[in-house]
Structure formats: C-alpha cells, structure tokens
Design a protein around this ligand. Structure first.
Ligand SMILES: Nc1ncnc2c1ncn2[C@@H]1O[C@H](COP(=O)(O)OP(=O)(O)O)[C@@H](O)[C@H]1O
Ligand SMILES: [Mg+2]
Length: 229
C-alpha cells in the first residue's frame, strides 16, 4: 500500500448550484482514524461519496491507494471499491432476503462463492452480535441491529478502509458506544477508518479510546478541528 490511502488535493464539488465543497485538501494515512463532522447539509455524505468514487470531483485531484479516481474505468473502479467498505447512511437491505444473505451479498456480487465463505460470514455476524439473527429478515430488525448488519456487510470483503456515514444515526447512546467499539476494533486490526457524524458526544467518547483526527466541514471548506472538543 502507498503512503496514503485517500488523498484529496484542491478538490471542489458542486451538484450544479453553488459550490458545496471548495478547495478541499486532506490526506488519510494507512491505519488512521478520522471523524468528519459539520452541520446537516454541510456535505459530509458528499465527501464520503467522493472518497469511494460514487461522485467525481468537479475540480482537483482525488486519489485512492495512489490511483487518480478520475482516471479509472468501470472495472478498475469496481476493483478499488472492494478495498473500501462503506456503511451507508440509510443502510438499505433487500427485505425478501435473510440477514445472512444480505450481509453476504457483496461476496456474490464480486464472484466469490458464498459457501466457501460461510465460516467467515458466521464469525463476522457473531462479532457484531447478530449470531442468533442470521435467518431474520430486515424488517424484523431494530435500528441497532440494522446498523450492525450494515457494518458487517461493509467489511465482508475485508476492505482496507471503512467509511461510515452516520453509523450511529438512529440508535441510543449505549448502542452508539457499541458501534463505536466495533469501528475502533477494525482500526486496531489495521483498517483506515473515517466516520461522518454530527454527534459531538460520540467524538468526545472516542477520543479517550483511539487517536482520532477530527475534520470539520464549515463554509464549504474542510478544517482540522482543534483539541478543544
Ligand atoms: N444528488 C444531489 N443533487 C443535488 N443536491 C444534493 C444532492 N445530494 C445532496 N445534495 C445537497 O448537498 C448538500 C449537502 O448534502 P450532504 O452531502 O448529504 O450533507 P450532510 O451529509 O453533511 O448532511 C445538501 O444541501 C443537499 O441537499
Ligand atoms: Mg449525510
């Protein structure tokens, strides 16, 4: 792996109206832990989408694993995305499939046989505390169970990077602490972690457990927040 997992150089983005993100430069080193914060509508989700190639910068350069994301074709982008696990803000599932099938979906899509990965799948689901819920269907799950399932699905392909978009958005404090511990554990296993959240108390809670940098979007710019959180 190169010296940087994700690097933005003077990246700007606009959906077509005014500029949402202006001249953003930041580097995420391998094994680092970052929070991305800022008020609702500031552009956190947009920035994460840029980091996994769902959106391309309007200007500037964005590289992932030292590859310029704008220069990749579809296949190259697909390969790169397997190394980037994403916990989406809405964590959608296919309701007619079981929890285990939903979490295993990225395996099938990437052409890996689900059966040979069965042990990994079971182990992963017990790690997030859903070992007894394998056969449940998504509509039966609580908010916390959905978030943990979404985390399991994001890491089933053993990505090097985990991007989590408001992973504690719809859960109580205790569950948010549990999700945070899982993300910290992933980081201790060597994964680079970036968590978008507007929850400052989550960030404060993390600071005693992990060395985290806090990036804040404000007025279209990305700032490195000070230690005074
Ligand atoms: N697909 C889109 N088309 C146009 N505007 C969008 C789109 N997605 C998001 N936006 C706008 O961009 C701004 C930032 O959105 P978002 O990145 O979701 O912010 P955050 O995650 O910080 O709440 C919001 O004003 C939102 O309405
Ligand atoms: Mg968002």
């Amino acid at each position: 792996m190169g010296a940087r997992v994700i690097e933005l150089e003077n990246v700007s983005y606009t959906y077509g109206g005014g500029e949402l993100l202006s001249d953003v430069s930041v580097q995420l080193q391998p094994g680092s832990f970052h929070f991305l914060t800022g008020p609702s509508g500031a552009g956190k989700t947009t920035l994460l989408k840029l980091c996994y190639g769902a959106l391309l910068p309007t200007s500037g350069r964005l590289s992932v694993f030292d590859q310029d994301i704008s220069s990749l074709d579809r296949d190259q982008l697909a390969v790169l995305r397997r190394r980037v696990g994403v916990v989406h803000q809405d964590c959608q599932f296919l309701d007619h499939m079981t929890l285990a099938e939903n979490v295993a979906l990225p395996l099938m899509v990437s052409g890996r046989s689900e059966s040979s990965e069965q042990d990994n799948l079971t182990e992963l689901l017990s790690w997030v505390g859903l070992g007894a819920r394998l056969e449940a269907h998504p509509p039966e799950l609580s908010g916390g169970e959905r978030q943990r399932a979404a985390l399991a699905r994001a890491v089933i392909l053993s990505p090097d990077v985990v991007l989590a978009d408001e992973p504690t958005g719809n859960v109580d404090w205790e569950m948010s602490q549990r999700l945070l511990r899982l993300l910290i554990e992933l980081n201790r296993m060597g994964k680079t972690v970036l968590i978008a959240t507007h929850d400052m108390s989550l960030i404060r809670a993390a600071k005693s457990q992990v060395q985290a940098r806090v990036l804040r979007i404000s007025q279209r710019k990305l700032h490195l927040a000070g230690a005074d959180l």
